[in-house]
Design a protein around this ligand. Structure first.
Ligand code: ATP
Ligand code: ZN
Length: 300
């Protein structure tokens, strides 16, 4: 086996909404990369992991064809591809490993302001512009609606104004693009965020071990994002109440305090952000000397 085959290849978006987040996430897992001159390839300096920079639409195929071992892209793209390829074969295409908590958006139906939408039946015999033809087709079939799907690869939101469609089916995050084009969202077909997918092909022991390590680190990075380490002093008698106020904690560490019997120190990892309100409630329950610290790394 040639040594390049022992390296893990991860496909990420070359340039777009997901690029910086994807690179940042992998760097937080300890990966150091240098970009090649053509900017299509990043060589992992300190781990046998390389990045392939491609259009997000190509990522599911690259992983399904086992050209890349892992890929990071939106669930919207993965779902569209899965439905498209599923039409040809039912075989498993890739493992969906987990959600990465960025690139949040939704694939929604929208129509011109004032258009009436009373459920899917409203779409009967209408023209709907989209680049997500498979997801839309699936939605229409599930709802027994027959409509004309008009494919547009971009600028879908201007098609109603041009008289090319009655409704559109497109990605929305804030809704400001829809509003700017005189459109209103009427139905959500899919809630999406960036996910990491893995090839179904067996990787061999050493590669799989490395992928497992990388995924474990990724999981740790995602967990610490919101996590805080909280330290406080509390009356022993108020421990149960205080523990119930700590957001997202398992059993906290309780330590004796020198020179006092009835007060203890409590240390806990909170897997959610700790807001001022929580601190005020803890104080009201008898806690003092409250300290909240960021968590940098976590290994479960
Ligand atoms: P490429 O050149 O890679 O094909 P693109 O124009 O298709 O780029 P972007 O606009 O960068 O892609 O969006 C990439 C992904 O970001 C989307 O597939 C989606 O998962 C996510 N995303 C999050 N919010 C939005 C949004 N408001 N509009 C479009 N995509 C969004
Ligand atoms: Zn794209």
């Amino acid at each position: 086996m040639d040594s390049s085959e022992q390296r893990i290849k991860i496909a990420i978006q070359k340039s777009g909404r997901l690029t910086d987040h994807s690179i940042d996430l992998l760097q937080r897992c300890g990966l150091k990369v240098t970009r090649s001159k053509d900017q299509l390839f990043c060589y992992g300096e300190n781990m046998p992991v390389d990045l392939l920079l491609v259009r997000d639409d190509d990522i599911p195929q690259l992983v399904a064809d086992d050209i890349c071992d892992l890929g990071i892209c939106g669930l919207n793209i993965v779902e569209e591809k899965r439905l498209k390829m599923g039409a040809k074969s039912d075989a498993g295409l890739f493992k969906q490993v987990f959600e990465l908590d960025f690139g949040h958006c939704r694939l929604s139906l929208a129509g011109p302001e004032g258009s009436e939408f009373k459920g899917p039946a409203t779409l009967q015999n209408k023209r709907i512009a989209t680049s997500y033809t498979s997801i839309l087709e699936d939605y229409l079939a599930t709802n027994n609606v027959s409509a004309e799907i008009v494919y547009f690869s971009g600028a879908v939101e201007i098609t109603p104004k041009l008289g090319k469609a009655d409704f559109i089916c497109d990605l929305v995050s804030t809704g400001s693009t829809l509003a700017a084009n005189g459109l209103v969202e009427v139905e959500t077909l899919l809630n999406s965020e960036a996910i990491i997918i893995q090839t179904q092909a067996p990787l061999g022991k050493s590669k799989q071990d490395l992928v497992d390590r990388l995924l474990q680190r990724l999981d740790g990075v995602l967990q610490v994002r919101e996590s805080k380490y909280i330290m406080l002093h509390a009356p022993r008698a108020a421990l149960a109440k205080i523990q119930s106020l700590l957001p997202g904690t398992e059993a906290p560490t309780v330590l004796p305090l020198e020179g006092t019997e009835d007060r203890v120190a409590v240390h806990a990892v909170c897997r959610e952000n700790v807001f001022w309100e929580t601190l005020e409630n803890l104080k009201a329950a008898g806690a003092s000397s409250l300290l909240v610290l960021p968590v940098e790394k976590m290994l479960a």
